[in-house]
Ligand binder design. Structure first.
Ligand SMILES: CC(C)(COP(=O)(O)OP(=O)(O)OC[C@H]1O[C@@H](n2cnc3c(N)ncnc32)[C@H](O)[C@@H]1OP(=O)(O)O)[C@@H](O)C(=O)NCCC(=O)NCCS
Length: 222
């Protein structure tokens, strides 16, 4: 058997470091291999985003870091939990996924309805107060900060108000405290400033903020 340099120099942990390195490389290769079969979706897309440029792991294939992220990053935990009960929901179950979404809220502070459709690569940077309602559609690689609320425009749960729920385009960023209500489309790559209330569509690539939110920069100007 080949003896690594650390082992030869008497470093007892080198063999574990080598093993961890190999395991993380294997995980990355597996993700790459499955991704090549088609577009990465759901859980796979989340894992890929973690290892991507700008991801929490900043591209490093380091198993220890991956474990750390799983243990301490509530946004990752909330999304993984959601992926699990969303799958059950899509299979027609109702009570169990709703109960698991309740547990998700208790554990992470994010209330994500199993009926919300969240694309791959989503990043929830802080989970406190994040509320994503049934019927909401979120594209790929969207960033969500704490206290973001996405839901219907009705005045009460018994009055759903105008039909329709927010649709968030690929790569959009919703900063802290953003509330998007009703049949509203946030275009791909749009950025919504902190504590904005969005009641109308926001064009792709633009920056909007305020109550109610107004577009302050058009595409290509930020
Ligand atoms: C929207 C945002 C991205 C814009 O950043 P920016 O382009 O650098 O804008 P500036 O800071 O230069 O501000 C430009 C103007 O917009 C105003 N503005 C910026 N963000 C605003 C907001 N969310 N609501 C209302 N007005 C806002 C500023 O007061 C300033 O007004 P002025 O020109 O009259 O002085 C940024 O303000 C923001 O909201 N960031 C959120 C960050 C966040 O959520 N952090 C949480 C970390 S845990």
């Amino acid at each position: 058997m080949e003896i690594s340099r650390g082992e030869a120099e008497g470093d007892p942990f080198q063999v574990w470091r080598d093993l961890a390195g190999r395991a993380s490389l294997a995980v990355r290769n597996l993700v790459e291999a499955v991704s090549r079969q088609g577009e990465p979706e759901g859980l796979l897309g989340d894992v890929k985003a973690l290892f991507s440029e700008g991801g929490t792991l900043r591209g490093a294939a380091d198993l220890r870091q991956a474990i750390r992220v799983l243990l301490v990053k509530p946004g990752v935990q909330a999304l993984l939990f959601y992926r699990l009960y969303r799958r059950l929901y899509l299979r027609g179950l109702r009570l169990l996924p709703e109960f698991l979404s309740r547990l998700n809220y208790l554990l992470t502070g994010a209330e994500i309805d199993p009926g919300a459709d969240i694309g791959p690569g989503c990043r929830i940077w802080h989970t406190a107060g994040v509320t994503i309602g049934r019927g909401v559609k979120i594209g790929r690689d969207v960033w969500i900060l704490h206290n973001v609320t996405l839901g219907g425009r009705g005045a009460s749960p018994f009055d759903p108000g105008e039909e329709g729920y927010p649709r968030i385009g690929d790569g959009a960023i919703l900063y802290t405290g953003v509330t998007v209500l009703g049949n509203v489309e946030i275009g791909p790559g749009a950025v919504i400033g902190a504590h904005s209330l969005v009641l109308d569509d926001v064009p792709a690539g633009s920056l909007a903020y305020g109550i109610p939110a107004r577009v302050v920069r058009r595409p290509g100007r930020h």
